[in-house]
Design a protein around this ligand. Structure first.
Ligand SMILES: [Zn+2]
Length: 329
């Protein structure tokens, strides 16, 4: 294969070549909440059980999670045991969402999902996102099971990001969707909420999942988010089972686990993937061309190399162009 696709688009910063099919819901009614933390509400069943959190808009322009949490509120979903918290995380960024520049509202100062270590949270640095993370930290410290709802920059089949641990893989299997489970060590430039504290400790019963529901503004992402939320709540047995069953669609395909082996970093803005490559493409043979980076070939390092979230537009030198992995089951 020698032909390549154009991966750069001459667009205004924040603009997108993709259709914006979703609208941000009005979440102003949830600001007060009942926890002392803006945009965080906890419903307590009064009965023993886990504290479960469904979290939206860790990234401000990822609308499907906000839509799902808004729907949970409007349905008056309440836990039958334990506690159920519903949260909107990076509201400051979300409130800046502009459908003509929809990439621009991912965050204000920095990525909210790269600050989740005690050292960073306790440290002296200041940003809009750190202020919000510090405000939410008591909540996160009290959560046993987290579902963090995300979506993706480019069109891509949904994936469950379960972290590096076996307990994360098992949790993703327990939820049963999406078809692809991605096990990974996170990102070099900071720690995600799903890897924070006990979530990242193999000895802790606490557990967390990050679902990537599809391209940020495609209608399908809303559907994936909703299905994932209800399977999460059903698995943890914190909501009325009949209510959950009424929302959940079946059957679903058998799941595959992809273990991320490395991130391929772009050296140039002229990073062009091979024609037809997209998220979850499998490059069949070691040595096959994945992309050209300023003309230099980027080759698959092993057979059946799975491409996770290739950056098809807005490739930046020094940043990840794609993560690659192997199917391990
Ligand atoms: Zn995200």
């Amino acid at each position: 294969m020698t032909s390549t696709t154009t991966s750069t688009m001459a667009t205004k910063p924040g603009a997108s070549p993709y259709a914006v099919e979703l609208l941000p819901p009005d979440i102003s009614a949830y600001k007060a909440g009942n926890t002392g933390i803006d945009y965080v509400t906890t419903f307590d069943s009064g009965k023993p059980g886990p504290h479960v959190l469904v979290n939206a808009i860790t990234h401000g322009n990822e609308l499907c999670g906000a839509i799902a949490v808004d729907r949970l509120f409007k349905m008056n979903v309440r836990p039958i045991r334990g506690k159920l918290s519903l949260a909107f995380a990076n509201v400051a960024a979300f409130l800046r969402f502009d459908r003509t520049l929809p990439h621009a509202s991912r965050f204000i100062d920095e990525d909210f999902n790269r600050v989740w270590t005690p050292a960073t949270l306790d440290g002296p640095r200041q940003s809009v996102e750190l202020t919000r993370a510090r405000a939410m930290r008591p909540l996160i410290d009290s959560v046993d099971f987290l579902l963090d709802i995300h979506s993706m920059h480019d069109p891509h089949g949904p994936v469950m990001i379960c972290g590096p641990l076996d307990k994360g893989i098992q949790f993703a299997r327990d939820i049963g969707i999406p078809e692809f489970i991605v096990t990974d060590k996170g990102h070099a430039n900071g720690t995600r909420m799903r890897d924070y504290g006990g979530f990242g400790d193999p000895a802790s019963p606490r557990n967390a999942l990050l679902v990537e529901c599809g391209q940020h503004w495609e209608r399908l992402a809303e559907h994936v988010a909703w299905q994932t939320v209800w399977r999460f709540l059903r698995h943890l047995d914190v909501v009325d089972r009949d209510l959950a069953e009424a929302q959940i669609e079946a059957p679903v395909p058998a799941q595959k686990v992809v273990r991320v082996t490395e991130a391929l970093i772009a050296n140039s803005i002229d990073y062009k993937f091979v024609d037809g490559v997209q998220g979850l493409s499998i490059i069949p043979h070691k040595g096959d061309l994945i992309a050209r980076d300023a003309g230099a070939p980027v080759l698959a390092p092993y057979d059946n190399c799975v491409l996770i979230m290739p950056t098809l537009v807005h490739v930046k030198p020094g940043l990840t162009a794609v993560r690659i992995g192997q199917i391990v089951n």
